[in-house]
Unconditional design. Structure first.
Length: 766
């Protein structure tokens, strides 16, 4: 038997079917009998056609009654079930709920939250569906679990039959659930639907996407629109259920990272914390609490955070001992809590090794640079300079050095160039200073190589900076590059007293290509480049086109920078910090990313014990290392010279890794490795949330419709939703009735015309 969406309208609307009969009877009561001879003749003629005329009139009356009935039924929206439903595509209904549990769903207001609203909607849908008289089955995908289906994770519920006990079972499943700390998006859930078994011929599928529809996920939903369109074309009914009706204010710690400085024990280091205001109103007096290795330190206060802006503050940290250290930053509680904390793990060595290669036998330039980097005495920089000749580059491994400097180099052998290129490509930093031994042709042919080599620019040769006695402009003009940023805004900076007499000039009309990484970071008074940098592989190269020392040479004095000028020491330390930055990429990981720990089974047992952070329950989990075979990558080197020996091909090697798949909580994870000699080694890893998920701006129904154009769906508000699943689970005949109504009205017009008298045009003129 059919059911109706608006059954109440059916009971008072169906009597309207009799209105055409009533109108016909009223018209009959208005007739009066008037004898008329001509009419008697017509009546006699009519008796011969009475049956035909009566049939047409009854048929016309019936069509008018059917038209009224069709309108009433359209408004009532009949749904066919059972055998009739099978004729239109299904007698079993599969409810597929895609539940958003990304951390933006923890958005709370009053005494509820977006996730509470979502759970209530799912419970209501299941309770109403369970009371239907046709087979109903239920599947529940959470976004965070759907993204892990490829790793064997199962849905919370899969094809469970709805019976009298199902509602209680569902409440037990939903009750413990809370929003995850992941930024899982709807695409993961829609992809999970594709992994379900093919839809049987007798099954209707209804997909409920229960979410908060944040703008950052639905702003340009090309993939989402394609997936929804495919489901629509496959015959599934799609219902989007919105669980949030307003945008709330929210702050998030967007990043926590080390700043400039040398990472070494006992050496002050700057760290940076950035806070973003995702709200529409300015925030004032925002306090960020800080911890170092579990000990509280003074908080940072942001006096003002403009709406929609990101503000960064620096703070000093100091670790007295070498090893791994933890920094944690926390915000006060607001609409979303998951993005109010961020962690950082820093590996701090006892000292940092720096290689200085001086081309001059006495290494006088190296003395000035090494003194600036490690002055000695009570001043501790954490740097340990090592001065060597160019030959050292090809005879020793370079990966243990934080950075390498070339000073006053005349030439390098191909093997030495190849070793440097491999070092920088792997993330090393290279600083180059010129000198009286340097030759432009060597740098251009071997190090610049048309822009493909280490050196960032082509050289013309040594040049003098002519003294301008009329204009008292400083010899150096620096940019906001990290090496010189410390001098920004200083009116009487010591940098202004630097005098440059001689430098290497760039080739005429040379300028960095707009699409290259090459950048002039300092110029001389005559606008000639003084310091130029570019990216080479994963590392950085900075070329300073003068000597690293103020000593007199055969060509005369080059500069006075290193002679009693404090800016020299500051600039060299900043250069060292910048060059070594590529050696220290951000080690924090995103929540939900598997933690892969390499295990050297020659030194450690294959079992790795993971200690989970507090937000993940704080428990432990032991994982066995598995073996994977990966082809080893041979280092990329400078093309060998003719007399160099060929390198044997590198054989694939077996790697042993312990993988912690579930990292859905933020915080510090520990991996405890046990050595074959019984020793313990602990490695720490910081996992943080995707801060952009804390952007609570959302799309309304109209904006969503414009982005999902071409997809048939219904949009509902969770708080206002009040409908029976019959509306969703049955086959709605309203559209079919519309076509029937059009056909009935057309037939009624044709029959009405046939039953009425229409004199011919010729007869009407007589």
């Amino acid at each position: 038997m059919p059911s109706f969406v608006n059954e109440s309208f059916l009971w008072w609307g169906l009597p309207l079917v009799g209105v055409p009969v009533l109108i016909h009877l009223i018209n009959l009561m208005r007739h009066r009998r008037v004898p008329w001879a001509a009419m008697e003749f017509l009546l006699a003629s009519q008796k011969r056609h009475q049956k035909s005329i009566l049939f047409k009139q009854l048929l016309l009356l019936l069509l008018r009654m059917l038209a009224v009935a069709a309108v009433v039924l359209m408004v009532a929206q009949p749904l066919v079930r059972n055998q009739w439903g099978a004729l239109f595509g299904g007698s079993k209904t599969h409810h597929i709920v895609l539940l958003d549990d990304s951390f933006s769903m923890s958005d709370h207001w009053a005494d509820t939250s977006a996730f509470d609203q979502a759970r209530a909607v799912v419970t209501r849908l299941a309770a109403q569906a369970a009371h239907q008289d046709t087979p109903q089955i239920f599947t529940l995908f959470r976004f965070s679990r759907a993204r892990r289906l490829s790793r064997g994770t199962q849905p919370d519920l899969l094809g469970v039959a709805l019976d009298a006990d199902f509602t209680a079972h569902l409440e037990k499943v939903l009750g413990p659930l809370t929003p995850s700390q992941t930024a899982a998006d709807p695409q993961d859930a829609l992809d999970a639907v594709d992994r379900l078994p093919p839809k049987p011929a007798d099954e209707d599928r209804i997909i409920y996407l229960v979410s908060d529809f944040r703008a950052n996920q639905w702003q340009e939903p090309t993939g989402l629109r394609k997936s929804l369109h495919q489901l629509d074309e496959a015959g599934a009914q799609i219902h989007l259920i919105n669980c949030v009706d307003a945008v709330h204010e929210n702050l998030a710690i967007a990043s926590l990272r080390p700043g400039s400085g040398t990472r070494a024990a006992g050496v002050p280091l700057l760290a940076e914390v950035s806070v973003r205001n995702f709200g529409a109103s300015d925030a004032r007096g925002v306090s960020v609490s800080l911890e170092e290795d579990g000990h509280a330190r003074p908080a940072i206060v942001f006096e003002e955070l403009p709406a929609g802006k990101l503000i960064t503050r620096r703070f000093p940290v100091l670790f007295a001992t070498a090893g791994e250290h933890e920094i944690v930053a926390r915000l006060q509680t607001d609409a979303v809590t998951a993005d109010n904390a961020r962690s950082l793990v820093l590996e701090v060595p006892k000292t940092v090794d720096v290689l200085i290669v001086d081309g001059e036998a006495k290494a006088q330039d190296a003395f000035f640079l090494s003194t600036a980097l490690a002055p000695g005495g009570k001043v501790t920089s954490g740097l340990r300079p090592q001065v060597e000749s160019p030959r050292y580059l090809r005879d020793h491994a370079l990966d243990g050095f934080e950075s390498i400097y070339l000073l006053n180099i005349a030439r390098l052998e191909p093997a030495e160039i190849g070793a440097l290129e491999s070092y920088v490509k792997a993330g090393g930093g290279l600083g180059i200073f010129m000198g009286e031994l340097s030759r432009a042709d060597f740098f251009n042919e071997q190090l610049y190589r048309g822009g493909e080599g280490l050196f960032p620019l082509p050289l013309a040769g040594p040049a003098e900076l002519v003294v301008d006695r009329l204009e008292k402009a400083p010899d150096l003009e620096v940019t906001d590059h990290p090496i010189f940023a410390v001098f920004a805004g200083e009116r009487n900076s010591f940098l202004n007293t630097v005098t440059v007499s001689r430098y290497f000039a760039a080739q005429k009309d040379w300028n960095p290509a707009p699409d290259s990484s090459t950048r002039v970071i300092a110029r001389l008074r005559n606008k000639a480049p003084f310091a130029v940098e570019h990216k080479f592989g994963e590392g950085h190269v900075v070329a300073v086109l003068t000597k690293a020392s103020p000593l007199e040479t055969s060509l005369g004095s080059w500069n006075n920078w290193g002679r009693d000028n404090p800016s020299y020491v500051v600039a060299m330390l900043e250069m060292q910090s910048y060059l070594s930055s590529s050696r220290h990429p951000d080690t924090s990981r995103l929540v939900g990313t598997p933690l892969d720990v390499p295990v050297d089974e020659a030194k450690f047992l294959p079992q790795v014990r993971f200690v989970l952070p507090r937000d993940a329950g704080g428990g432990t989990l032991t994982v066995d290392a598995t073996t994977t075979t990966n082809p080893a990558q041979a280092p990329v080197t400078h093309p060998p010279a003719a007399n160099d020996t060929a390198t044997a091909p590198v054989e694939p090697r077996a790697d042993h890794n312990a993988v912690l798949a579930d990292t859905d909580a933020s915080g510090i994870y520990q991996a405890q490795l046990t050595g074959t000699d019984g020793s313990q080694r602990i490695e720490r890893f910081a996992f943080n949330v995707v801060s952009e998920e804390g952007d609570l701006h959302k799309l309304d129904a109209e904006q969503l419709a414009s982005r999902l154009e071409g997809v048939r769906y219904e949009f509902h508000q969770a708080a206002d939703i009040d409908y029976n699943p019959q509306q969703l689970a049955g086959f709605n005949l309203s559209e079919s009735l519309l076509y029937c109504l059009i056909a009935i009205l057309l037939g009624e017009q044709v029959l009405a015309y046939a039953c009425s008298y229409h004199p011919s045009a010729k007869g009407s003129t007589r």
